[in-house]
Every structure is written in structure tokens, then in C-alpha cells.
Design a protein around this ligand. Sequence first.
Ligand SMILES: [Zn+2]
Length: 439
Amino acid sequence: MKMNRLNIACAIGLALASTLNIANAKTMVFTNVSIVDIDGSAPKGKQTVVVEDDRITAIGQTAKIPSGSQVIDASGKYMLPGFAEMHGHIPQQTAGEQAIKDTLFMYVANGVTTVRGMLGGIGQLDLREKASSGEIVSPTLYLAGPSFSGGSINSVEQARVKVERQKKQGWDLLKIHPGLTLEQYQAMASKANELGLEFGGHVPAEVGLDNILKHKQRTVDHLDGYVAYLDGESTPISDEKLLKVAKRTKEAGVGMVPTMALWRSLLNASDLETLQSQPELKYMPKATVDGWTNYYKAPRTTDFLRSDEPTVRNENRMRLLKAMDSVGVEILFGTDSPQVFSVPGFSIHREIDAMQEAGMSNKAILKSATVAAGDYFDDKDKFGTIKVGYRADIILVDENPVTNMDTLQTPVGVMAQGRWYSKGDIDKELEAIAKRARP
Ligand SMILES: [Zn+2]
């Protein structure tokens, strides 16, 4: 384990030299810290939190500090679990080693310590292993395989075979894209249920929302299919209809990954100038940002994005999210980065704004990114809460995010799998990423 940590520090160079020192400490201890109360279970008062390897091993007002520990005086600071990006896109091998490293670092820099990758590609399973063994600086990765879509599936038999193959290869879930026929979807779903594989993603038009709820698709990402189901492309949907479908979703046990900020951009319901003024664009190559601008300006041709009234459609989405939240649907935080004007890691702050605008409370937003993600993956590991035995994925901030979410934009430091990155470490590496993006 220690060897791995040395490699990590070497791999990203002098910029993270201080990580090397910290990583050599046997244990790491935060003293006098306030633990943010997200779900009512956080201990009250100033706490000492002990981390050994990748686990939180003790929490208490009088927790003993093991000798030789690296101690961080966190007086006046707040600690919360790292965020999960439940709809992220991990680059494929073809993106190049540096681009992959930079993407993974930008997640960590913003406190994203878990990513559910939502489109499988070459090299990602290797990357998942390197991330979990600590060989690279990365959030913990859970990965959907290459997608099931109209383009990749031509028959019922092919759907079944593809499920079996992805199970054998070890993907964590299946990704559903538009274009599947109902028969193909049903074949995929029954084979996946038989093999104990979950599936999530879009609602293919021919399958429709009723079948998605019936077959208990694990998540519907982007609130896809709901607006079409409720005829809300160009006219406001009634509160009654929104509430009814939200209740049905809750009963079916299907989770939502809303991706509000991204979808607003995709629908052209955001203002281009505002999008172009996002300071984090400096971390992306100019060609990428130009591509996003061109996309923004191009006409929408796919059904699930086409709309004559983007503002009305976006408002329907916001009200739908609020209705889902009000009846207790499982909401999981996701931004679909990197995608149009959605920069890995930084995109969480755009999504927080959008969820607030939809009317979710700060606690509900925090829960969707931490406790809810931990519950979602409870068969894989324990994380998403600051508790003994849980993975040491931690964000340390200056203020209580329950009252001020903006504090998350400038973390004092981030811990991913027990490895600590101070603000100084993070800023230096981000500066290097900006230079590489715009030499
Ligand atoms: Zn996506």
C-alpha cells in the first residue's frame, strides 16, 4: 500500500510533493472538526477523526491519537463525505494517459471521490483496478459497460449475449441508451436480473416509461422519458400529473440521476454567454470548448432533446425534480461530465445551483451526493458517510455547507481513499492542468 502511494506522488510529480510526506505517515488525524449533519446521524460537537490506510478507524471527542500520526488541526472547519458523481464519463484509453490523469484529478480536486462511469470503453476496467489499488490519483470507480443501444443491438439474442459478456468481463452495471426495441429491452432486463446485474440510463422511446418502471431499471438518468411521457416538451405539466408519476417512481424503487445543469445546456435553455464565461473552461483544451460551442449552436435532431420551447421544457424538468424530491424518490447526484460545458469535478457546483433552483434543500442535495450514493453501492463498499469502518473519502471546508454550499468550491482539502490533498497541492496541480490545456 505504501509503495503504491509513493508511486502516485511520483507519477504526478513535484506538484504533489507534500502528498508524499503525508502519505508516509502511518495514520492521519483531524482534530477539533465539526462533522456536517446530512442525515441526522452525525455526532455533535468537535470531533477527532482518525484515518488509517483507506478507512476511518475512530471518531470521538476523546479519540486517542496514535503516535506517529500526521495531525491536521481542523478547528473551525467542517468535514463531510466526498461527493459521488453518479453519471460521469471516464475517458477511454484513446484519450491518452495525460488527459485521463487530468480528468481524474479534476474530480478529486473538487471533492468527487466516487464516480459511476456511465459509458464503458477500452482501458477502463484496468483504470478501475489502478484506482482501487491506489496506483493512480483517482476517485473510486464503478463502471457501466459499453452501451445497449439501437446501434449496438440488432436482435434479442444479441442483447442476451451482450449481458452475459459484460457480466463475465466484470462491469458493475449495464448502460441503456435510446434505440432499443421493447423485445430487446425485455431480453436484456430478464438476463440482467437472472445474472444479478443492474441496468440504468435512458428510456428508449419504444420501451417507454411504463416498462422502465415495470422492469425496475435501477436508475433513469437525465429524467429521460418523463417529459415525453407527460407531454411536457412545449407546454407546462400540471402539478397533479407530476406528483402522480413521482409517486409511481417511488413505488417502483427506481432512482433518478437528474443531470439538471447539463440538460439545461443541451436543451439550449441556458444562455451561451453564461456558459462560455465559466472559469473552469480554462482546464479544457480550446478545441474541446469550441466543439461544445458548435454543439450548442447546432439544431437538436434527437427526439429526447427536440423542443420548440426549451424554457418551458426546462421548467417542467425542475418541477418534476421537486415533485420527486417531495415524495422521497431516490435522487442520486450526477452531472454527465465531461459533456457540453460540463467540466469534470467543477460541474458539481453547476449542478448544485440547478438543484437549488429546482427547490431542493441543501441537505437533500448533499444527501444525493453522499449518503444516497453510499446506499446505492452498499453491496460494493461502505462510503458516503463519516463513520468508523467507512472509506476515508472526505471533504474539509471552511463553512457548514448546509447553510452555504459555495464553501464546497474552495475546499481546505480532499481525502480520497485515505490519501490527503491539501488546497495547496490541489491548486498547484490544477495550474499545471490549465497550462497543459492551453499551452
Ligand atoms: Zn452520459
